[in-house]
Every structure is written in C-alpha cells, then in structure tokens.
Write a protein that binds this ligand. Sequence first.
Ligand code: ZN
Length: 81
Amino acid sequence: MSDQKVSCEEVHEHICDNLDEELNSPNCKAIKMHLIECPDCAAYLKSMKTAIHLYKEYPSPQLPESAKRAIEEHIKKIIYS
Ligand SMILES: [Zn+2]
C-alpha cells in the first residue's frame, strides 16, 4: 500500500486539503511520492505555497473586507484552476 499510485487530479485535490499540514500526514505519503516523480505537480504545489505564503506574510489590517475577499478569490482561482 505504500506504493499506491495517485493521479495528478488526486494530488491537486489533496494538496488543497493538506497544505496547512505541510503534507506531513501519513495519508500524504502517496502524494509526496507523486510530487517527487511529477514536475507538474511539484510546480503546482510550489505556486500554491507561494500564494498562501504571500497572503499570510502581508496581512493588511487596513484592507477593506471587499479587498480581502478579492484576494481570497484570487487564491481560490489559483488553487482550482
Ligand atoms: Zn502529477
């Protein structure tokens, strides 16, 4: 079961679920294996992390709710595109 294969689609889905855990949960083992072998998914993960890092790194208390929501929508688009 440790060499269970996952598809790129599954990787994308589970990356979304597990980003906060830095993919350290045992369930992510197959995903990690996939990321090592699949440059496309590795690049996808990197772009996801960059977007979320930027979002967390530069919290702007002065931003109006509408602007915050626009940023959230933008990140969602990156995640689900
Ligand atoms: Zn892949």
